[in-house]
Design a binder for this molecule. Structure first.
Ligand SMILES: O=c1ccn([C@@H]2O[C@H](COP(=O)(O)O)[C@@H](O)[C@H]2O)c(=O)[nH]1
Length: 262
């Protein structure tokens, strides 16, 4: 069960920090350019520097969807697993049956995934039926336009994101469902916790997006289990040769800050 393994990792690392591994090509240190797989060289050094503070690593699929990228992803997953840290692929997937089944095969490689509820329950079945994997359903996202659709009021007097939280709670037959709720809108974060008291959240938006770290911890955890993510704020905390050292320090700082609220 993913959430049992995550709970054990949170205890071992004394951390709810998810370290986002988003190797933006415009920001990778120049000296890695000669490497056969620069993204893997980068991720390996970031993992070396941050693993003792990480409850989880969260690569975003956007940065790996090309042949070298998938090679880099496989390497980094194996390396993270070697350090006993699970990997959550932020892929925001979902589709009609046969396509969703194919997408879900990535769960043979990673431990958990983010999915998009917009196509409805059947589009998520191939993910939800993976009892060993974590499935984080987008609920109230951290971006400025998150309100455009997700805050719409339904005829039932609830917001769309509240309906998603309610539905996702009903999809949790295998105790493998979580919700993605941004730290940039603490009121909505609190509201989602009221609607879905038992689901662990992945809370992105702390760090570069300026989200609320205290609210992320207060509302993000269910029975102590949940993840607060920072990507650029950790991995690009420094530049040049010592980028990894700076990332390690940033991860340690954020872990300690989050622990003040646990
Ligand atoms: O609502 C959401 C859902 C996903 N994300 C992802 O998290 C990281 C955030 O990166 P930062 O550098 O810490 O801002 C990134 O991969 C997003 O795609 C999110 O930000 N908000």
């Amino acid at each position: 069960m993913f959430f049992e393994r995550l709970g054990a990792r949170i205890e071992t690392a004394d951390s709810v920090l998810s370290v986002g591994l988003d190797p933006d090509p415009d920001r990778l240190p120049d000296h890695l350019a000669d490497h056969d797989l620069p993204r893997w060289a980068w991720a390996r050094r970031i993992i070396d520097a941050t693993h003792e503070h990480a409850a989880c690593y969260k690569p975003n699929a956007a940065f790996y969807e090309d042949p070298d990228g998938w090679r880099a992803l496989r390497e980094l997953v194996a390396y993270a697993h070697g350090k006993d840290v699970p990997v959550l692929l932020d892929a925001k997937r979902a589709d009609i049956g046969n396509t969703a089944r194919q997408y879900a095969r990535v769960l043979d490689t990673v431990d958990a995934i983010t999915v998009n509820p917009y196509l409805g329950r059947d589009s998520l079945d191939p993910f939800l039926s993976r009892t060993d994997a974590g499935v984080f359903v987008l609920c109230r996202t951290s971006n400025p336009g998150g309100s455009d659709l997700q805050d719409l009021e339904l005829a039932t007097d609830e917001r769309l994101y509240e309906r998603v939280a309610r539905l996702a709670s009903g999809w949790n037959e295998h105790d493998n469902v979580g919700l993605v709720v941004g730290a940039t809108t603490p009121d909505e974060l609190e509201r989602v916790r009221e609607v879905a008291p038992d689901l662990p959240f992945l809370v992105p938006g702390v760090g570069a997006q300026g989200g609320d770290a205290e609210a992320a911890v207060e509302y993000g955890l269910a029975d102590g289990v949940g993840l607060v993510n920072s990507s650029r704020g950790i991995t690009f905390a420094g530049e040049g040769e010592d980028f990894a050292g700076a990332a390690g320090e940033a991860a340690k700082r954020l872990k300690r800050r989050l622990n003040e609220f646990r």
